[in-house]
Design a protein around this ligand. Structure first.
Ligand code: XIL
Length: 371
């Protein structure tokens, strides 16, 4: 048996076993157990990929990715910290590998992210003059966006430029370049990457105040005659508190601007959390009460998670014509960033596949919407 067919067989078995043990009616055809197949006429199904996955060093992940996803976002390797470590030094190794891996496997790359205040290389914070900062800003976008034009499907041109109240975040970009930096970033991206979709991405921008700020930002770009093709709502939500009404209103209001809506970093937090949003610079102090499920997720919570995902995907399907992509932030629970943020060392369960790469009840609920 070839290596590939061994993996395929193993994975089908793994899906079937999981279905059997959860007592669900199962079929064995490929389509019936694949998200990307099930939703192929609705929207893309994405995942975030880390370096191990891009280099295919984890066979179980490699198999699941090919079976389930037709879009992928680099979780970290295209962020400035990695791709542009020093003033005149770019490191494209991993990004090139990701592009090649995705091309080989017919996966569209949603590149992430050109301009973001987090995960910046140290030299950026040491730049003194506004002129030098502007040179960094322009060169970074030009160099990275042009290299991958026609090779990636889309860029998150700017990530998280807004505060929760809809005002501009006072980030290093805002402080050095003023409030027009978002429009400027899109202007440079447009000329450097004419064949790439250009998106604005944020968390919490489904909430009314931040949504209003986001709409104003998008309109500002459009009024300047600069191209913006879509808006990403990250979708880092919490169990039992999915803001369905606000998500629906956001899909309607954003698409009324003539742009596509993407759900770019979907995961559902099941652990206790005192802070909202997804600001990677915020942290909570850990204690054992914050890690209640280290030996497994109780069935009652598992069922709640399934119900939340079902309700979300029902809504996504209602507006499938307006949605370009629904992407999960990670392949399986064991690889989710939520095991390390906002508290280090927790055991979290935010995705559709468990630590053994087996589909969870939430997976079946989502898939059942198409059967
Ligand atoms: C996260 C990654 O998942 C982590 O590995 C990294 O340590 C911090 O960043 N919003 C974003 C993503 O736009 O880039 C963040 O990714 C999660 C929040």
């Amino acid at each position: 048996m070839s290596r590939i067919s061994f993996f395929v067989t193993t994975c089908c078995l793994c899906l079937i076993t999981a279905a059997c043990t959860s007592g669900k009616k199962i079929t064995t055809s490929k389509n019936s157990s694949s998200l990307k197949e099930a939703f192929k006429n609705d929207f893309g199904i994405g995942t975030a990929l880390n370096a191990v996955q891009i280099e295919e060093r984890d066979p179980r992940a490699a198999l699941l990715i090919l079976q389930q996803f037709n879009m992928a976002t680099p979780e970290n390797i295209m962020k400035a910290q990695v791709i542009h470590p020093q003033w005149a030094v770019y490191n494209f190794d991993m990004a090139d590998k990701m592009v090649a891996y995705c091309q080989k496997n017919n996966i569209k790359v949603n590149a992430h992210t050109l301009i973001w205040h987090s995960q910046l290389p140290a030299f950026v914070r040491r730049i003194q003059s506004v002129d030098s900062f502007r040179t960094f800003f322009t060169d970074h976008i030009k160099t990275v966006a042009s290299r991958y034009d026609g090779k990636v499907y889309s860029w998150d041109v700017v990530n998280e430029a807004l505060n929760d109240d809809g005002t501009m975040r006072k980030s290093i970009f805002f402080q050095k370049l003023g409030g027009d930096f978002v429009t400027e970033a899109f202007r440079i991206a447009q000329s450097s990457a004419p064949n790439t979709q250009l998106y604005y991405n944020d968390y919490g921008n489904e909430q009314p105040a931040k949504r209003a700020g986001c709409i104003a930002l998008i309109k500002k770009i459009q009024v300047a005659g600069v191209r913006i093709d879509g808006v990403g709502i990250q979708g880092h939500w919490h169990l039992g508190r999915i803001p369905l009404k606000e998500i629906e209103e956001s899909i309607l209001q954003y698409s009324a601007l003539g742009i596509k809506v993407m759900f770019t970093e979907l995961d559902i937090e099941v652990l206790p959390r005192s802070l909202q949003g997804a600001d990677v610079n915020q942290r909570m102090i850990g204690d054992s009460s914050l890690n209640p499920y280290k030996n497994g997720l109780p069935d009652s919570v598992q069922q709640k998670l399934a119900a939340d995902y079902e309700a979300l995907f029902k809504l996504f399907l209602k507006y499938k014509g307006k949605i370009g992509r629904v992407a999960f932030w990670g392949v399986n629970d064991g690889q989710s960033w939520l095991n390390g943020w906002p508290v280090a060392g927790r055991t979290n369960y935010p995705l559709l596949f468990d630590r053994d790469f087996k589909p969870k009840p939430a997976f079946y609920k989502v898939l059942a919407l198409k059967q």
